[in-house]
Design a binder for this molecule. Structure first.
Ligand SMILES: [Fe+2]
Length: 215
């Protein structure tokens, strides 16, 4: 579903079979394995994370390609995500200049956020970047009082990393609730952050950056 945000829009979808789908146990096992890799456990928080402890496989994106590890082409979850990315690319207008049928993965990774953690404002692409075009976030485990995603009305496209969310006035913020099974697709240039994660249980999500060739 297309959700207007300031002069732009994002797409939000909910996977109705998230609680139980073929391959869910495999997804859980693979996630557990990823977040327990020594190279993940021993890596400090990514620059975008503040407070608490945030585990990420972002630095392993070349060797640990999430859609391959989770067998996106064959699995019900993966196929659902891929179709929604395609739909959102059209909803957000990328089909006017790009061949949205030919999706190319850029970086893909998994994040695990613990109590007290939040993400400072950031973009995934700046002005005139050739890739990525779109970012898809799929929420796996989202306990209550989890960090929510917040888009910020800001057009300084050369600023890749901004400030903590509180630095932006409320009327410049648009919150999208994070929920297990929710997919949010947004233009990679949109500035966004998260609220603070207030649950003692971890919040996990997948991040898939994609690009499309010109028409
Ligand atoms: Fe992000």
């Amino acid at each position: 579903m297309r959700v207007p945000i300031f002069e732009s829009a994002v797409c939000v979808y909910d996977f109705e079979h998230h609680a139980r789908f073929d391959g869910k146990d495999d997804v859980d096992k693979i996630m557990h394995k990823l977040f327990n890799l020594p190279e993940v456990l021993n890596k400090e928080n990514v620059d975008d994370a503040q407070g608490g402890r945030a585990l990420s496989t972002a630095h392993l994106y070349q060797t640990h390609v999430i859609p391959e590890l989770l067998n996106f082409k064959q699995s019900p979850l993966g196929q659902w995500i891929l179709w929604r990315i395609y739909e959102s690319a059209i909803e957000l207008g990328f089909d006017k200049t790009r061949n949205v049928k030919k999706l190319k993965y850029y970086r893909t990774w998994a994040n695990k956020m613990t109590e007290g953690c939040s993400a400072v404002a950031h973009r995934h692409a700046g002005k005139d970047w050739s890739i990525p075009h779109l970012v898809a976030i799929y929420y796996l485990d989202v306990p209550s009082e989890s960090a929510d995603l917040v888009f910020i009305d800001n057009h300084e496209l050369d600023v890749m990393r901004g400030e903590p969310l509180d630095s932006y006035s409320k009327d410049k913020q648009h919150k999208i609730r994070s929920m297990s099974g929710r997919l949010v697709c947004h233009d990679a240039r949109l500035l966004h952050a998260t609220t603070k994660h207030n649950s003692m249980s971890a919040r996990t999500c997948l991040i898939i950056e994609v690009g499309f060739p010109p028409l």
